[in-house]
Write a protein that binds this ligand. Structure first.
Ligand code: SF4
Length: 425
């Protein structure tokens, strides 16, 4: 790689990525959610800790308030509290190479920090799945024991390469049976029975949220893109915690209105003429170093697609009897991008590269989240071979700032930009 390229050591002009005007509304939504969490805790109403991949909609069917330790952990990261909490967890004997979300959560509960710093209240129960990782299971088992609350775990099979239709149907049967166990668990806990009407209402709203999310993504194919990662990384909050409520739907409708206006004016997220390289960013971002994405923007690079944020919004099939709805739900829980076989993952990325006019890919090789990073080097090789675009496998961590070395990261970013530039010529 040439050291004489003008990107090397040059201080690029500062480029301001323009957030959508309605992105600011998220703050109010989060504040109201936190207030509700506080009220639920104070009045000892029913609440649950849930992980990514857990069918959070079922909590709303039973009137249980969901809390999301992964989301709380990223708040700690973004507000620069995570290191202190991680180190506290390590002082209790949890090792350096365990997931930093888990350790942030242990530190947060031990120290009893405030909600706005990423604290989280004691729940009525904890529910996780092993979708993506086994950490979800061990994390909640450990914390449920420490806090003396019940735990419910969904065991989700991995549909590895070669999983045929018949085997998939068996997997679905297996997950559906667990849904019925979970309903029994919830009935015991809340004294309420599931009603099909309520279930369908929550499902319809959850799907509406996903429909809007997909529409937002559709606009991201435009050149210039009207929406950057700087918007979507926060905008997934309703998808993670509020599926089944109206509040997220209204928020996404407001975002879409902004997007349509921007597109009609021919404007993008970057200032006019500044969008040079369109990127995929794969993985959880470094919450303590979101500035990274602004630095990319200074070189004209904008993230226009993230498998991470997109994966929270699968469409549901509506109007089915309960048992059929559960089969559909089970299929979605099994068939998430982070459970894809390598072949399917390569196909997925290459399709996105074509559809979104992608110039380069950043794969976050995340020290915390090893399961979501498996196969990254093969993925890189395939993308480079088939699509001829640069791929940067970036070694870092989502919540542990010790993994982010400023100097080397700056050098690697500049080298990646040089490759993008050479590839365009
Ligand atoms: S290992 Fe990955 S998926 Fe699992 S809890 Fe940690 S960050 Fe989340």
């Amino acid at each position: 790689m040439s050291g004489s390229m003008e990107t090397k050591n040059a201080s690029p002009e500062r480029v301001r990525v323009r957030n959508l005007p309605s992105t600011g509304k998220l703050k109010g939504i989060m504040m109201r959610y936190m207030l509700k969490s506080k009220i639920v805790e104070l009045f000892r109403r029913k609440s649950a800790w849930v992980t990514a991949g857990f069918p959070v909609e079922i909590c709303y069917v039973y009137g249980v308030h969901p809390l999301h330790p992964e989301n709380s952990a990223c708040i700690s990261g973004a507000r620069k509290y995570s290191l202190e909490l991680i180190e506290h967890a390590e002082s209790l004997g949890f090792s350096r190479d365990l997931c930093s979300y888990f350790k942030t959560n242990v530190g947060a509960t031990e120290k009893g920090i405030k909600l706005k710093q990423g604290g989280i209240g004691k729940p009525t129960f904890m529910g996780s799945t092993n979708t993506i990782c086994d950490t979800h299971v061990k994390w909640f088992q450990i914390q449920a024991r420490r806090m003396e609350v019940p735990y419910f775990g969904f065991d989700i099979p991995s549909a590895v390469a070669g999983t045929g239709d018949a085997r998939m149907e068996e997997y679905i049967d297996y997950v559906v049976a667990q849904f019925y166990d979970f309903f029994d668990f919830m009935e015991d806990l809340t004294g309420k029975k599931i009603t099909e009407k309520k279930f369908q209402e929550v499902l319809r709203k959850s799907d509406k949220l996903c429909e809007l999310w997909h529409e937002i993504y559709k606009y991201r194919k435009d050149v210039p893109t009207p929406v950057a990662f700087q918007d979507t990384l926060a905008a997934i909050f309703p998808m993670v915690l509020l599926p089944g409520l109206d509040v997220g739907i209204k928020y996404y409708q407001a975002l879409l209105k902004d997007i349509k206006e921007r597109v009609a004016e021919g404007k993008g997220a970057m200032p006019p003429g500044k969008e040079k390289y369109r990127l995929i960013f794969e993985g959880i971002p470094m919450w303590y170093r979101i500035k990274f994405f602004h630095e990319l923007a200074n070189y004209g690079a904008v993230v226009t697609y993230e498998p991470y944020t997109f994966s929270f919004g699968p469409r549901k099939r509506l109007g089915l009897p309960l048992d059929e709805s559960l089969r559909d739900f089970a299929r979605l829980m099994i068939d998430v991008p982070y459970n894809y076989s390598l072949e399917k993952r390569i196909e997925y990325f290459e399709q996105v590269i074509d559809e979104y006019n992608i110039d380069g890919v950043i794969l976050h090789s995340n020290m915390s989240c090893r399961p979501s990073c498996s196969g990254m080097l093969d993925l890189k090789k395939s993308i480079q071979r088939d699509k001829g675009i640069p791929v940067w496998v970036m070694d870092c961590d989502q919540n542990d700032p010790r993994s982010y070395a400023e100097g080397p990261m700056k050098n690697r970013m500049e080298s990646f930009i040089e490759l993008l530039e050479q590839n365009k010529e």
